[in-house]
Design a protein around this ligand. Structure first.
Ligand SMILES: *[C@@H]1O[C@H](CO)[C@@H](O)[C@H](O)[C@H]1NC(C)=O
Ligand SMILES: *[C@@H]1O[C@H](CO)[C@@H](O)[C@H](O)[C@H]1NC(C)=O
Ligand SMILES: *[C@@H]1O[C@H](CO)[C@@H](O)[C@H](O)[C@H]1NC(C)=O
Length: 547
């Protein structure tokens, strides 16, 4: 028997149950032999391609001898991807050397099996290139009984197509690897598909960051928004200001990202077509900066005396500007992406209001509104980064407070009431990212991915031109209650739901239709070694985690 909770309902289809209930569908062992779990599809890609046609004819694949072959010149990204995708396509866990399942009987292919995927990249595929906001990620994948071909304009499209190919191939119980005859013509709906991790509230060790990048690639994400420092700790090891992490990290030796760690992250990401955008959030959220840079933060006063606590960065002293110029010049040279995230959110004015130096400065400018001071500070930072020839991303408050920003600025909307805000920011002509809907930090009991899945970043009132200003969105995992022990399980597969929203066509938004594919995709991630948690209620994976 299937019982539903007060508000939920359970739908039977195809001999399995789809669980849409907030309270869950509890099955009591009454001896009935109904399947009691969500159905899983076979060989269905996630996120869904823009255009895909498949036939029921299966083509055998010679897994043992299978080759990925660069039809034209290859390059570092393609070479590394071929090695990776051999594993991801055929092995139970990458690097294990073991196929998903042991053949249960002698796999005798009835016809000549496919043994090569030809990969053509139209524009010369060069070494040491980095992805950007304008990377072309489109590809065409064609699998017929005689040939498998992947064609892309740029190497980034080849990466996305290889991932799709690896997801189409399934191993049958007999041990045979097969793929349906398939034609796919695919490209992303949005150019910026980001995931934010916070490494300040909790330090996250390098291997977890790298695992997460690999998981991102498997979900066609292309931006790692690295919220690297915040109030709680400053793990970024700066070469110009080593004191920042010496005094501001949880531990100056074990809880820092050295220059070499940062390079490893950037390189690992590059090989997967992922941009790394660091966030150095200021003037608020900067308590940890103060330990290694005395005089940077505003001293808060009580009854005419410093009370020992500190507020946002103090915009007044000339030393502040010198420091910021040097720090951002280092950041601009370390991080290769064109964009730097400059934060600018949640600035509290209380401490500024208590400080006599700031009061005098405000008076000299004739300002009474502290929003003006915030605007003055942000403008300085924007000018500094502008001089470094970098673009910037900022949280919505910077615009809300009326700062003048460059026209190519990207504004990230994160607060409630996002539909109005998206309307407002796009009307001002800025490129816009949506974050509000996708705070994975608030994961709740039950099948909660549907709320991430059904939020559409272009669902606000505005002209077609305004909708065009939306370049994508970001999933965020803030770090208050998250570290290396639970990060991957909480992020995945929830972030996969957002991955499909940002890659696939707007019309691909039916939760019921997506459920079996997401169930399969989660199991695929589990098979590939990720502790991606169950999100559809009872069920199983053919290859369990570490099974
Ligand atoms: C793939 O082939 C199998 C076996 O013939 C078939 O059952 C399935 O429906 C096919 N998939 C698609 C999407 O056509
Ligand atoms: C400040 O405001 C006063 C009164 O409105 C005005 O006379 C003065 O010129 C202003 N000073 C500056 C620097 O804007
Ligand atoms: C758009 O948003 C409204 C709420 O403002 C919601 O009712 C509607 O279902 C949404 N539509 C889509 C396609 O997401």
């Amino acid at each position: 028997m299937i019982h539903t909770g007060k508000m939920g309902f359970c739908i039977w289809f195809g001999g399995a149950v789809l669980i849409l209930s907030v309270y869950g569908c509890h099955s009591h062992g009454d001896g009935s032999n109904f399947p009691k779990y969500a159905a899983s599809s076979q060989g269905a890609p996630w996120p869904a391609p823009q255009r895909m046609s498949q036939m029921s004819q299966l083509v055998n694949i010679d897994a043992g001898n299978f080759q990925f072959h660069a039809v034209q010149e290859s390059c570092d990204i393609l070479d590394a991807a071929f090695v990776r995708y051999r594993d991801l396509t055929f092995n139970s866990r990458p690097g294990s050397g073991k196929l998903y399942f042991k053949p249960r009987s002698d796999p005798r292919a009835s016809d000549e099996p496919l043994s090569v995927l030809g990969v053509t990249v139209a524009s010369p595929c060069q070494n040491r290139v980095f992805p950007s906001l304008t990377s072309d990620e489109s590809y065409v994948l064609d699998i017929s009984p005689t040939k498998a071909e992947l064609v892309a304009k740029e190497v980034w499209g080849a990466l996305r197509g290889l991932e799709t190919f690896s997801q189409l191939v399934v191993q049958q119980n007999t041990g045979k690897f097969v793929v349906n005859i398939t034609h796919i013509d695919d490209y992303p709906r949005f150019a910026h598909r980001g995931l934010l991790l916070d490494t300040s509230r909790h330090y996250v060790a390098l291997p977890i960051l790298l695992d997460n990048l690999e998981a991102m690639a498997q979900n066609k994400y292309n931006v790692f928004h690295w919220h690297i420092v915040d109030d709680q700790s400053f793990p970024f090891q700066s070469q110009s200001f080593p004191a920042l992490s010496d005094a501001g990290a949880y531990d100056p030796v074990t809880h820092v990202y050295t220059p070499s760690d940062v390079q490893k992250v950037i390189e690992f990401a590059r090989l997967r077509g992922i941009r790394v955008i660091p966030e150095f959030d200021s003037p608020g959220h900067a308590q940890s900066w103060g330990h290694g840079q005395p005089g940077l933060l505003t001293a808060c006063y009580k009854q005419g005396k410093p009370d020992g606590s500190y507020g946002p960065i103090n915009p007044v002293p000339a030393t502040t500007n010198t420091f910021l110029s040097q720090l951002f010049s280092e950041v601009a040279s370390v991080f290769t992406d064109h964009y730097v995230h400059l934060g600018g959110d949640e600035v509290s004015f209380n401490c500024w209001m208590s400080n006599p130096q700031i009061t005098a400065f405000m008076a000299s400018k004739n300002w009474t509104d502290y929003g003006k001071l915030e605007q003055y500070y942000m403008q300085n930072v924007l000018d500094i980064v502008n001089k470094l020839k970098k673009g910037y991303i900022i949280w919505q408050e910077v615009i809300d407070n009326g700062a003048t920003v460059r026209q190519d600025t990207v504004v990230e909307v994160w607060k409630g009431g996002w539909q109005n805000e998206m309307g407002k920011v796009t009307k001002l002509g800025y490129k816009t990212l949506l974050a509000s809907c996708w705070y994975l930090t608030y994961i709740s009991y039950g099948s909660d991915w549907s709320k991430y899945y059904t939020c559409d970043p272009q669902n606000f009132t505005g002209t077609p031109e305004q909708k065009q200003q939306v370049i994508g969105g970001e999933t965020s995992m803030w770090g208050e209650f998250v570290d290396g022990t639970n990060l991957l399980s909480l992020v995945w597969p929830h972030a996969a739901a957002v991955g499909e929203r940002l890659w696939s066509a707007q019309s691909v938004n039916n939760v019921k239709a997506a459920t079996p594919r997401l169930a399969q995709h989660r199991c695929r991630m589990v098979r590939r070694g990720f502790p991606a948690e169950p999100i559809n209620g009872p069920g199983y994976c053919p290859k369990e985690f570490r099974g």
